[in-house]
Design a protein around this ligand. Structure first.
Ligand code: SAM
Length: 436
C-alpha cells in the first residue's frame, strides 16, 4: 500500500521519492505542466527518444553495430593519462550512489509500469501544433538573431482574460482581450498575468506561461561588441524587472553551450569557449542576501577542473554539492553502460552559493544545507534538453517569497522564472503542446 501511495503522489506531482535515499525519479512533463493553465506539454512531443525499446540503440541516433564497435573499442585496455585517471576517480566516487538509485528504480515495479506509459499513446501530430514532428524543423531564433535587422522583429502577445475584477471587488466574465506588440530581441517580454498567453511571431505560435518572462539576446549585439554587451544585456534584465528594495535572483540555473567537439551538437546550437563564461555577471545578478547557483556540466575532466578552479571563483560561487542526472529508457534500463568511458549515462549539476559580500554565516543560515550526491532519474527528452530541476532546488532557498529565479541559456520558459538565452522560446512553440 505504501508503494501505491507513492505512485499516486508521483502521478500528481511528477516526483517519486525513493525512501532513505537521496534519489528521485521525475516525469518532466508533469513538472513542466505546473507552469500552464490552459495548455499542456504533450508527452509525445517531450519524449521523442528512449521509448522504442525494440530498436534499442537506434533512438540515440547510433546504429547497433556502431554501438557494438564503440563498446568494443572502449573496453580495449589502454593506460589512462592523468586527466582520464582523475575522471575515472570522480566516476568511481559517484558510482555507488548511481547504482543504488538505479537498483531502487528497478525494484519499484509500480513505478516501472507507470514509466512505460508516460508518453501515452497519443499521436505526436495530434498536438495543437502544425504537422511537423517536434524534432524536425529548426527554430529560426538563432539565425534571426544574427540578422542585422533583428531589432525590428516584433512578437505579438494575445492576452485573453476571461475574468476581470469588478468595482465591488468581485470578478466578472468578460472575455476581454488585449494585444501587445513588443520587440522580440534584446527586450524583456513579460506575461505578468496568472494565465497562459498565446504569442505570435513570423507565422508561428508560442505559449507563454503565467508569471514568466524571457529575454532573447540577439547575436548582432554580441557580434559587434563581443561579450562586453553580455554584461550590459544582463544588467538590462535587472533594470527591466520591477525593482524592489532587494533586487536580484535567489536561484540561478545555468546550462552553458559548452564546446565539446561533437559535430552533432554544433548543428543544433552555437557553442562558447570557456573563457567567455568567466565574464557572466553572476554575482551582480544575485540577490543581495545571496543565492543558489546550479551549473550543468558535461563529464569532461578538463571542464570540471575549469569550473572548480576558475569559473566558480570568478563568479563568487562556493561549490556545495554535486547532483547527478541519471538517464534511463522507458523500460527503466540505463541509456548506456554505467562504465562506458566517453558516454556516461549521467550528467552533473554543480550546486553552490553565491554571495555579493564576503561569505558570512548570516547568509549561510538562510539556506538549507544542500545534500551532496543527490540523484535525479528521468527519461531524457530532446537532444541536450535538461530535466526541470528548478522546483527541486527551490526547497533550498527558503525565506524569499516569491523566489526570484533565473535560467541562463534557457530554451524554455517556466512560471515564476526569467529565461535568458538566444532561443528561450524554442520549446514554447505550439507543436510541443496540446490543449485540454
Ligand atoms: N538548458 C537547455 C535545455 O534544457 O533545453 C539547453 C541549453 S543548451 C546547452 C545552450 C543554449 O545556449 C543553446 O540554446 C544555445 O543556442 C545557447 N547559446 C549559445 N551561444 C549563446 C550566446 N552567446 N548567448 C546566448 N545563448 C547562447
Amino acid at each position: 500500500p505504501g508503494m501505491s501511495d507513492k505512485l499516486s503522489k508521483f502521478l500528481d506531482s511528477g516526483i517519486y521519492r525513493f525512501e532513505d535515499l537521496n534519489a528521485v525519479f521525475i516525469d518532466p512533463v508533469r513538472i513542466l505542466n505546473r507552469s500552464y493553465t490552459r495548455f499542456r506539454v504533450a508527452p509525445s512531443a517531450y519524449y521523442t527518444r528512449f521509448f522504442e525499446s525494440k530498436h534499442a540503440g537506434q533512438e540515440s541516433g547510433v546504429s547497433s553495430s556502431n554501438l557494438r564497435k564503440r563498446k568494443r573499442k572502449e573496453k580495449e585496455p589502454h593506460s589512462l593519462n592523468e586527466r582520464e585517471k582523475a575522471a575515472e576517480q570522480r566516476h568511481q566516487e559517484a558510482r555507488p550512489f548511481l547504482l543504488k538509485a538505479h537498483e531502487c528504480l528497478l525494484r519499484a515495479t509500480d513505478l516501472l509500469e507507470a514509466m512505460s506509459n508516460l508518453r501515452g499513446d497519443f499521436d505526436p501530430l495530434q498536438g495543437c501544433g502544425n504537422s511537423q514532428s517536434p524534432s524536425g524543423l529548426q527554430q529560426p531564433f538563432v539565425e534571426l538573431g544574427q540578422d542585422w535587422q533583428s531589432a525590428l522583429y516584433d512578437i505579438t502577445l494575445n492576452f485573453h482574460q476571461h475574468e476581470k475584477p469588478t468595482a465591488d471587488g468581485g470578478s466578472a466574465i468578460t472575455g476581454y482581450t488585449e494585444q501587445r506588440v513588443l520587440p522580440i530581441f534584446d527586450n524583456l517580454v513579460v506575461n505578468e498575468t496568472s494565465v497562459d498567453v498565446e504569442a505570435e511571431f513570423l507565422n508561428n505560435r508560442y505559449v507563454i506561461p503565467r508569471q514568466s518572462c524571457f529575454y532573447m539576446v540577439s547575436h548582432t549585439s554580441m557580434f559587434f561588441f563581443p561579450f562586453v554587451t553580455w554584461k550590459s544585456d544582463l544588467r538590462q534584465i535587472q533594470n527591466l524587472i520591477p525593482a524592489e528594495s532587494s533586487c536580484g535572483f535567489n536561484l540561478i540555473v545555468v546550462d552553458p553551450p559548452w564546446e565539446n567537439g561533437s559535430a552533432r551538437q554544433k548543428l543544433r546550437y552555437p557553442t562558447l569557449p570557456n573563457r567567455y563564461l568567466l565574464s557572466l555577471p553572476i554575482k551582480q545578478l544575485t540577490h543581495k542576501d545571496g543565492g543558489l547557483v546550479a551549473l550543468w556540466v558535461t563529464n569532461r575532466e578538463k571542464l570540471r577542473g575549469f569550473v572548480e578552479k576558475e569559473l566558480f571563483p570568478s563568479w563568487g560561487v562556493r561549490h556545495m554539492a554535486t547532483f547527478y542526472w541519471l538517464k534511463v529508457k522507458a523500460d527503466g534500463l540505463l541509456i548506456n553502460d554505467l562504465d562506458l568511458f566517453h558516454h556516461r549515462p549521467y550528467e552533473c549539476l554543480l550546486v553552490g552559493h553565491c554571495h555579493r559580500e564576503a561569505m558570512d554565516s548570516k547568509y549561510l543560515s538562510i539556506f538549507q544545507a544542500v545534500q551532496h550526491n543527490q540523484i535525479i532519474i528521468s527519461i531524457p527528452g530532446d537532444y541536450s534538453r535538461k530535466p526541470p530541476i528548478g522546483g527541486l532546488l527551490l526547497e533550498y532557498v527558503p525565506g524569499f517569497k516569491p523566489t526570484r529565479c533565473l535560467e541562463l541559456f534557457a530554451r524554455e520558459m517556466t512560471s515564476g522564472w526569467t529565461s535568458w538565452g538566444n532561443e528561450p522560446l524554442h520549446f514554447q512553440e505550439f507543436r510541443y503542446f496540446s490543449t485540454q
